[in-house]
Design a protein around this ligand. Structure first.
Ligand code: ADP
Ligand code: MG
Length: 239
């Protein structure tokens, strides 16, 4: 048996420049794996390849025993949350969360139950009738998370979901995100360029540099034993 998620030898270039370079990662079910690396190292491109929003040049992606490479984005069972919340501005919080469930043809009663469950999960039950512009950035991001989780994807991709928020809200929301992830047993790939965020939230961290993974491990192990001067500097050991 392979891993729940297996990325194998992924390569991707733009205009002849390799942005993802023979990259492989495995993740287990229920794991929160963080991709940590500086801006421009290829994190978003990799997530877009996994979600089916960009085509890879080479490699394969297997999720829960299914090869995703030739499947369109819609059929991959992969959810994604971006830095900017991209909620539907003309829909209430409730309708934003219900959207994906309606699209796939769930019954009305079923949708209601599921949306209520999600509202409770992200602690926004009292905001169900509000429109997104009435919410704070942190609240909007919780709606975006609830909307993606509502359809129960097999894998959630989070592309710097907290980066646009104030420091204090960001710290609160990252613990909330971790709590939700553990409660649901959801497999997540979380992308950030923030070292502290990565070390605090993850089961394992993959350090990414110029399209490659240069170290993978538990936060405490990477912190204690960076395997290169790049990792040491990036994690914050300045020796
Ligand atoms: P990160 O998310 O780690 O900041 P990206 O995946 O966004 O990095 O970008 C990695 C590299 O690929 C960058 O040099 C970026 O300019 C380039 N790139 C990303 N998307 C495109 C695109 N659609 N066309 C051309 N170059 C791109
Ligand atoms: Mg990015």
């Amino acid at each position: 048996m392979g891993s729940y998620l297996s990325l194998s030898a992924i390569t991707k270039s733009f205009n002849g420049v390799q942005v993802i370079n023979d990259l492989s990662i495995q993740a287990e079910r229920g794991e929160l794996l963080t991709l940590l690396g500086p801006s421009g190292c290829g994190k978003s491109t990799l997530l877009r390849c996994i979600a089916g929003l960009a085509e890879m040049d080479q490699g394969s992606i297997e999720l829960d025993g299914v090869e995703l490479t030739s499947l369109p984005a819609k059929k991959r069972d992969v959810g994604m949350v971006f830095q900017s919340y991209a909620l539907f501005p003309n829909m209430t919080v409730y309708d934003n969360i219900a959207f994906g469930l309606k699209m796939r043809g769930d019954r009305r009663e079923q949708i209601k139950g599921r949306v209520e469950e999600m509202l409770e999960l992200v602690d926004l039950s009292d905001k169900r009738k509000d429109y997104p512009h009435r919410l704070s950035g942190g609240q909007q991001q919780r709606v975006a998370l609830a909307r993606s989780l509502a359809v129960e994807p097999k894998l959630m991709l989070l592309d710097e979901p907290l980066s646009a928020l104030d420091a204090k809200i960001r710290r609160n929301l990252r613990m909330e995100l971790r709590r939700i992830q553990q409660r649901l047993g959801m497999t997540m790939i979380f992308v950030t360029h923030d070292q502290e965020e990565a070390l605090m939230i993850s089961d394992r961290v993959c350090i990414m540099h110029e399209g490659r993974i240069i170290q993978t491990g538990r936060p405490e192990d990477i912190y204690a034993e960076p395997n290169s001067s790049f990792v040491a500097r990036f994690i914050g050991h300045y020796n």
